[in-house]
Design a protein around this ligand. Structure first.
Ligand SMILES: [Zn+2]
Length: 423
């Protein structure tokens, strides 16, 4: 009863405040601020970082025909950082990119430039002597040290039979604060204000969801293949092995960066969330739109989604925080195949000097258009005639009824108080 009164009271309040912020959606009231604080304190924004890294470090990277190749070796970047394929996949996009310009939204003519800028934000800008917080080298080292620490704690939790999702759930607030701080955000007023790069990127993370994730990947993979082509010419025409290795390393680094978006495209919580529609049409600050989208993201990650691909394989895909459970074995295998096929294409172009006329990894991807017919779970948000609808009964995934009449802030509070994704 009290809960219901609270919802009604907050609903009226938020309806009024949401109408006052139409013209300039930003965190404009103390109520919105405390809502943001509560959600960041209790829900993770990035659960999948170590999963991204583990996938990348299992990939075989080959250089020259007479060498066997290696997994997990460090790639030397222009700014002095030495990062493994997996570490680049982990840091790309979520921690390094250009927050204001998602790659997939840059337009055909500028997409390559947008990708190169995003890549430069991790691999080219700054140098190891920088000590300024904003330097990519300082931030990259900070994130890596943070995740080394998280891995120790996570390993301990696994030994105590605590599932990954529960471990992240327990540490959400602590981790969000720390990540915002490493990316130069936070102050004595609030650990979340101002936003560091971490929260700035999160609140505009369109590139990480289908269909945009595939576009961001396609652009970055193309850039990587072009570098591999340059490496081919330098090696086979000019016989310059050192320069060829340098260019091939850059090709692999760019491909790892692009593969962040490919791994996201394989996470069930990124497959059908109408992230851009929510970002474009719901009237509230961008960070709250992220947190609203995350309810559906979390539910689809946990429940998983049945998928099928053009090769005739059918399996159940899972997402962030759920990849390590035994039920996700087949899905992990498919992710590995896809990410390895992508890296192999870089090597093939280096050896043959021929740019592929199609991307072989795309054949293994889920057919995203079939997801809703394959799954009986009703999505929390659904686009009908260009408009975002919300599931009428938030805790009944079997009820295929959605409502057109809803408000972002009211629903966000309703979800915060009543949504039970763990049932
Ligand atoms: Zn991502």
């Amino acid at each position: 009863m009290f809960k219901n009164i609270l919802i009604v009271a907050l609903s009226v309040y938020t309806f009024l405040t949401s109408h006052m912020i139409h013209s300039q959606p930003s965190i404009s009231s103390s109520h919105q601020m405390s809502l943001m604080n509560r959600l960041l304190d209790t829900r993770g924004v990035e659960y999948d970082s170590l999963e991204h890294q583990a996938i990348g470090d299992s990939i075989l990277i080959k250089y020259f025909i007479d060498e066997p190749g290696e997994r997990g070796q460090k790639l030397n970047l222009s700014n002095g950082l030495e990062l493994s394929y997996g570490q680049i996949i982990m840091l790309a996009g979520d921690f390094f990119a250009i927050a204001k310009t998602p790659i997939s939204l840059c337009g055909e003519k500028k997409q390559q430039v947008c990708f190169e800028k995003a890549f430069a934000s991790l691999a080219i800008n700054g140098n190891l002597k920088d000590t300024q917080c904003q330097s990519p080298t300082v931030q990259a080292k900070g994130f890596l040290a943070f995740y080394d620490d998280v891995l120790v704690q996570l390993t301990l939790a696994r030994e105590n039979n605590i599932p990954d999702w529960q471990f992240y759930y327990q540490h959400s607030g602590e981790f969000n604060k720390k990540l915002n701080q490493i990316s130069c955000g936070g102050s004595f007023i609030s650990p979340y204000i101002p936003f560091g790069n971490y929260l700035k990127l999160s609140q505009n993370n369109i590139d990480h969801f289908i269909p945009h994730a595939l576009e961001a990947y396609r652009v970055g993979h193309t850039a990587a293949l072009n570098d591999a082509l340059k490496a081919h010419h330098v090696f086979f025409t000019k016989n310059d092995k050192t320069k060829a290795k340098q260019l091939l390393t850059q090709a692999y680094a760019k491909n790892a960066f692009a593969s962040h978006y490919l791994t996201d495209a394989l996470s069930s919580g990124h497959m059908r969330v109408p992230r851009k529609k929510i970002h474009d049409t719901v009237l509230m600050p961008a960070i709250l739109k992220l947190l609203l989208s995350n309810f559906m993201h979390d539910e689809d990650n946990r429940q998983g989604l049945d998928v099928t691909n053009g090769k005739g394989f059918s399996w159940r895909a899972y997402g962030d925080g759920y990849l390590n459970k035994p039920k996700a074995d087949i899905h992990r295998y498919m992710i590995h195949q896809i990410i390895q096929t992508s890296a192999d294409a870089i090597y093939d172009v280096f050896v043959t000097g021929i740019f592929p006329n199609k991307f072989a990894e795309f054949d293994y991807l889920p057919d995203y258009s079939k997801i809703n017919t394959l799954n009986s779970n009703a999505p929390l948000f659904k686009v009908i005639d260009g408009q975002v609808y919300i599931r009428k009964a938030i805790n009944n995934r079997q009820l295929h009824q959605w409502s057109k009449m809803w408000s972002g802030l009211i629903s966000l509070i309703d979800l915060e108080l009543n949504f039970d994704i763990y049932s």
